[in-house]
Write a protein that binds this ligand. Structure first.
Ligand code: NAP
Length: 246
């Protein structure tokens, strides 16, 4: 029996790679990455050991030609899509708005918002043509609620856009049985903090979390996989916080 097909963007590291690992007993996987081919290949090897068929889909989700390559690879390998985990995302260095450039904001919104929306658009077109529903899980952030003042209001605003997009798109496609939800991770132990210039950020902030600890990528992946599954068959248009209470 063929398995449902899940496309995970940003599957070479962190939450995306953990989602691939935990999804591998149940799905065939299209694993997108932008630059870390080794990371994506390692995620694929682990998934294949659990019986998943995997295809690597290199590309930057903010580039039209790359999105075409990603979906071409998916279609060539599997010919369908059942779940999109819209996970690829970036932060930038901590800064106040007065120190942010237009280039920085453009890059942030091109990847975190426009890239995610257009990846979802391509998934919806295919799911509607297939005619048997689907699930899109957008990865937002607790920053969407908190605003991230003095850190990165650009990132927080990009994730708030994702939550609003989640609700709006869910209304557009609910009658097609395509469920659209978002997950808002809190302080999660991945390399994203180092990429934002503060490798120990998760440890620094952990005491401020009501549960007094950072979360793991696997804890976020479990929420993503529940939302993707038939166990969440009446859940759409909503966001799920995975934040230890933050
Ligand atoms: P991560 O470890 O830095 O991984 C990010 C992944 O996204 C990598 O696979 C990276 O690929 C990929 N990526 C980045 N830009 C891309 C682009 N333009 N096109 C395609 N892929 C791209 O980060 P993470 O912590 O797992 O974050 C995953 C998601 O969770 C993000 O949307 C992030 O905003 C969100 N989130 C994370 C936290 C946290 O505390 N970790 C909290 C809230 C929300 P390459 O390395 O191959 O370039």
């Amino acid at each position: 029996m063929s398995r449902p097909v899940m496309l995970i963007t940003g599957a070479s590291a962190g939450i995306g790679a953990a989602t691939a690992r935990l999804a591998s007993p149940d799905y065939d996987l299209a694993l997108n990455y932008r630059s870390d081919r080794d990371g994506a290949a390692a995620a694929a090897r682990l998934a294949e050991a659990e019986g998943a068929r995997c295809v690597l889909c290199p590309g930057d989700v903010s580039r039209a030609e790359d999105r075409a390559v990603i979906y071409d690879a998916l279609e060539h390998a599997f010919g369908r899509i059942d779940v999109l985990v819209n996970n690829a995302g970036i932060v930038d260095q901590s800064a106040k708005l007065t120190d942010m450039t237009e280039d920085r904001l453009t890059r942030m919104f091109n990847i975190n918002v426009i890239g995610a929306m257009l990846m979802a658009k391509e998934a919806v077109i295919r799911m509607q043509a297939q005619g048997d529903g689907g699930a899109i899980i957008n990865i937002s952030s607790a920053a969407a609620r908190l605003g991230s003042g003095n850190q990165y209001v650009d990132y927080a605003a990009s994730k708030a856009a994702i939550d609003t997009f989640t609700k709006g798109l869910s209304d557009e496609v609910a009658a097609d049985n395509i469920r659209v939800t978002s997950v808002r991770p809190g302080i999660i132990d991945t390399a994203i903090h180092a990429k934002g210039g503060e490798p120990d950020r998760a440890d620094r902030l952990a005491p401020m979390v009501p549960m007094r600890r950072k979360g793991t990528a696997e804890e976020v992946a479990e929420a993503i996989l529940w939302l993707a599954s038939q166990k969440a068959s009446y859940v759409t248009g909503t966001t799920l916080d995975v934040t230890g209470g933050r």
